[in-house]
Write a protein that binds this ligand. Structure first.
Ligand SMILES: [Zn+2]
Length: 104
């Protein structure tokens, strides 16, 4: 894990704290390309009453549509569920990364 990985995981963790402070589930994400932060997001299931508003989905939605994702890394504070993992595979960031495990 690099210093940049730690920096972006801390940003994802900050997003998780934001969700917690809003009364939601403490899960946050950050999407990065070539060391540049593209978007952040956090779980909004409780806040929005939306069962699919997971942190990873919120982050990807906030990033908007991109032509390609193979130059991106998605940082998240929890191992993604099947929906988020499937979306991540579909978008295919080069380096999905999370604090719970590495190398998926
Ligand atoms: Zn999910």
């Amino acid at each position: 894990m690099t210093q940049d990985d730690l920096k972006f995981l801390r940003i994802a963790l900050s997003e998780a704290q934001k969700s917690y402070d809003e009364g939601g589930l403490p899960i946050g994400s950050a999407l990065v390309s070539n060391g540049k932060l593209l978007a952040v997001g956090h779980n909004r299931r409780v806040q929005d009453g939306n069962p699919i508003a997971h942190g990873e989905m919120n982050c990807l939605q906030n990033a908007g549509r991109r032509r390609r994702y193979d130059d991106t890394t998605l940082y998240t504070t929890l191992s993604p569920c099947m929906m988020c993992a499937g979306t991540t595979v579909r978008c295919a960031p080069a380096r999905p990364s999370n604090s719970a495990s590495s190398g998926w």
